[in-house]
Design a protein around this ligand. Sequence first.
Ligand SMILES: *Cc1c(COP(=O)(O)O)cnc(C)c1O
Length: 388
Amino acid sequence: MDLGTKAIHVGQEPDEATGAVIPPISLSTTFAQLAPGTPRSHYDYARSNNPTRENLERCIAALEEAEFAFVFSSGLGATTTLLHLLSSGDHVICIDDVYGGTQRYFRNVAARFGVTFSFIDFEGDAYPKALAEHPNTRMVWLESPTNPTLRVTDIAMVAKQTPPRVLLVVDNTFMTPYCQQPLKLGAHIVMHSMSKYLNGHSDVIMGAVALRDRALADRLRYLQNALGAVPSAFDCYLVHRGLKTLAVRMERHCDNAMKIAEWLEQRSRMEPKRIHRVIYPGLASHPQHEVAKRNAARPGAFGGMIAFSMDNAAECLSRMRLSTLAESLGGVESLIEVPALMTHQSVPAAERERLGIDERLVRWSVGIEAVGDLLRDLQDALDASNAS
Ligand SMILES: *Cc1c(COP(=O)(O)O)cnc(C)c1O
């Protein structure tokens, strides 16, 4: 089955008891037993497992072509649980411009429990060097493309260079399985903030992991229950409902982003002093465009995030009416921001400079509105801020 079909049907079979086409939300925290220690089904207490969450987990596993999936109360809840696969003294190699919340958790919290981290750029031979330098490496944490500069890493290449004792985790939040399937490229675990594209409607905070290895899944099931960062049944229902349109949403996100990136690139040729750079992995001008094509799960699947650098960015953005000036991403509505002043404000200034995140850089989570309306909004804002 194609991903778009699985998103609609897996974990959404009609209810056995009533025939309801949409399975009911299961709110019970506990399940009646036949005799002491003999539950009627495989459910006993809802932190351990419950039907609504299980339906969603089955669907996520199917979409990532995994065998197992586990969902959590947030993306960071998923990350925290994954880090508990490790022990004090273990080392993690992480991409340097990883999501800010992941970096904060790694540096300020997990490091206090004796796990050590290196943050590297995976270009060239930096990764084999880091592995050689840290023989206690147990986990590699990758995001591709990165946020907000959309650098792309060759996931299959990193997987090939990863020794058997090391777990390769890919945070696939920006791409979703519609655009990129890290397990197929050789990663062991794929992680998501479902608060973004998978839910897609900017109204739930939730996370997920998906994987193929049974022994590792058993450990994660244990940790999911033992740590308890689990989502509510209501939220699982909402995410599952959002997932059903994942394929059509992502197709439109990619389409709109490509058209806007091309439009911006053309405008930058006309006004090179004003628009300095347009970054989108789908553009031939992107430095890792060929790698992005290899990572893509289907032709043209480069995601809905674009970045560009312009003078007077803050003023132009405050003039936009349709694209809301706000943090976060991945919803049906367009959101635009200046990372240096918003999402990435807490990144130290020197680090921001090294990564190319200055006050001219704009990040746009391109929504699924009609692209003509989005372009008109941008053009009006550009013209108005030009004139002033
Ligand atoms: C938002 C996000 C997270 C964290 O997820 P939450 O659901 O906000 O906890 C992790 N990684 C990436 C790439 C994100 O965008």
